[in-house]
Design a protein around this ligand. Structure first.
Ligand code: HEC
Ligand code: HEC
Length: 510
């Protein structure tokens, strides 16, 4: 019909109909557009990954950022805003390692999640470190060795204390982020960061409460963490009701090479893993370690962990890089075969031996018992609830292999030269010291120096400070730090000095 000849009533009805549909279109498309923009901004869950397995291990995401990740730019500005809670300048002062050209240290991974780049620790935080031939030499990075420089105690204190500081607020952090990031948009400035900052503060303060045992325990020093009291904290154990003997379990980071060979010992059973041998399944142990990287059963990235797991199965330790005396080492071999092989394996690559992967009771080994006592039956029971309800046939079945034990495990000694300081609590600085009777082992020494001592086999431990970095004074008389045990005729401490020197030379090849 020609609009000009349309009756007035019909025309007005048509106009209303058009307006109605325009309104409907607006009501539907505008929110849809906003949702779409928000979805593009906030929904993507993209880990930063690497094809090279060593790079993946050092910087790849295992899923922890989803649950625990710090927004990248908050991570970057905290050392400036909370400088007074750090022992020195930047994350380096916590013993973290920066490779050239990287903006994040080794062991910190990144993922786009909830509209932000988020970062958190991965396995490499505790299982990668450096060695230097001398004070002036360049550090060389070794993947899979204990992170003997990382001070996780100071790291936790830094974040907890910073969260409790009045400066942990949008008014201080946002301008720093703006500066560091080279300008941020209004959505980030007025919405994303203020919300992220307050969520992060709440979460850190909650964790500070749960990890109350950290504030109570003497500093662990670099290269150590209280593994299983941290696990208790995640289960919200009431620390005020636990006996103090249970709360001093600081343990040395171990090495993580050649995991496949640990799946079977001479009697066909798998080896007892962890210092006290409380678990005998490599995969379950790895998923347990993944809690240390901030993951939980729903957020763990099993594909990423699976890649690391498969790679660690056969990853060999690096060879000893300094000169060795072959003739002297050859004299050490029969000493090793006679005294050590039954418990520690035929060699650094062949782990056969009738007691390898078994547990030596505490009454025999008599090393410090605090780490053993820190792992309790109650904790084992709680761990057995993890992944309950997950498919038994999947790569993530319910935890079932944790057990309370009564001693320390006889482990293979592969890559031994990189595993100093020695014993489960890192209480003996060098191999040569471990072969001395207890009264001749150093009572005080320093941890955290990466300069190598090829004579005694370990890191230089009698220097308190170098290049502006203060090393950690380790005191063997403190609870949990005892350097006794692994001594007597069966452990080589009664040997003539010439045999000890030969044995140490031989062990450099492990
Ligand atoms: C916070 C530091 C930390 C992080 C992060 C960490 N680990 Fe560990 N790891 C340890 C400590 C400490 C032990 C020894 C635990 C004990 O017995 O007290 C250990 C033990 C191990 C062992 C067993 C060594 C043995 O022979 O018994 C393996 C394998 C291992 N970790 C792999 C991993 C993997 C894989 C990841 C990442 C998913 C990881 N770790 C993350 C600190 C860490
Ligand atoms: C009866 C079994 C047994 C015998 C024999 C034995 N060890 Fe051990 N060894 C252990 C146990 C158990 C531990 C762990 C103790 C701890 O950390 O508290 C250990 C720890 C070690 C460590 C520390 C490893 C690390 O990563 O820190 C070294 C090194 C070592 N032994 C070398 C030797 C040498 C060398 C001999 C022979 C002279 C020897 N052991 C004999 C059981 C044994």
């Amino acid at each position: 019909m020609n609009p000009a000849t349309e009756p007035t009533a019909a025309r007005s009805a048509r106009r209303w109909r058009n307006r109605f549909w325009l309104l409907v279109a607006l009501l539907v498309t505008v929110p849809a557009l906003v949702l779409l923009i928000a979805a593009i901004r906030f929904l993507p869950d993209r880990p930063v990954t690497y094809d090279d397995p060593a790079e993946h291990f050092k910087y790849g995401s295992t899923g922890g950022e989803r649950e625990s990740g710090f927004p990248y730019w908050i991570w970057q500005v905290l050392p400036t805003v909370c400088a007074k809670h750090l022992p020195g300048k930047g994350y380096e002062s916590l013993g973290m390692i920066f490779e050239p050209g990287k903006t994040l240290p080794v062991g910190v991974s990144q993922r786009r999640n909830l509209g932000l780049d988020r970062v958190f620790l991965n396995c490499a935080a505790c299982h990668v470190s450096t060695v230097r031939a001398s004070d002036t030499a360049e550090p060389k990075l070794y993947v899979g060795m204990p992170s003997h420089r990382l001070d996780l105690y100071a790291f936790e204190r830094f974040f907890f204390n910073c969260a409790a500081d009045p400066k942990f607020a949008a008014e201080y952090l946002v301008p720093e982020i703006d500066r560091a990031a080279g300008g941020i948009g209004p959505i980030d400035r007025y919405l994303v960061y203020p919300v992220a900052i307050s969520l992060m503060r709440e979460r850190l303060l909650m964790l500070k409460g749960r990890f109350s045992f950290v504030a109570e325990s003497p500093p662990w020093g670099p290269g150590r963490v209280d593994t299983f009291n941290s696990a208790k904290a995640l289960f919200a154990f009431p620390f005020e009701r636990l006996p103090v003997e249970e709360k001093r379990g600081a343990s040395d980071f171990p090495s993580v090479w050649l995991q496949a060979a640990r799946k079977q010992r001479d009697d066909g059973a798998p080896m007892q893993l962890h210092w006290d041998g409380n678990n005998d399944r490599v995969e379950e142990r790895n998923r347990s370690a993944a809690f240390g990287t901030g993951t939980t059963p729903p957020t763990i990235d099993m594909t990423a962990i699976g890649r690391i797991e498969d790679w660690l199965l056969t990853l060999p330790p690096p060879d000893y890089p300094f000169p060795r005396d072959a003739a002297l080492a050859a004299r050490g071999k029969p000493v090793y075969d006679r005294l050590c092989a039954d418990c520690h394996g035929a060699s650094g690559r062949d782990f056969k031996g009738k007691l390898v992967g078994h547990i030596t009771p505490i009454a025999d080994i008599t090393t410090d018992r605090a780490r053993l006592d820190s792992y309790t039956y109650e904790l084992a029971v709680n761990q057995a609830t993890l992944y309950a309800g997950y498919d038994a046939a999947s790569r993530e079945p319910r935890f079932e292999r944790f057990r309370k034990t009564w001693g320390y495990a006889n482990m293979p000694l592969d890559g031994l030269w990189l595993r100093a300081p020695y014993l489960h609590n890192g209480s003996v600085p060098t191999l040569r010291d471990l072969l001395e009777p207890v009264e001749k082992r150093p009572k005080q020494f320093h941890r955290g120096n990466d300069v190598y001592d090829p004579q005694r086999v370990g890191f230089v431990s009698n220097v308190a400070e170098a290049n502006g970095h203060r090393f950690f004074p380790y005191d063997t008389t403190q609870a949990g730090n005892g350097n006794g045990g692994h001594s007597g005729a069966a452990y080589g401490t009664d040997l003539p000095a010439a045999d000890k020197d030969a044995l140490v030379e031989y062990l450099k090849g492990f």
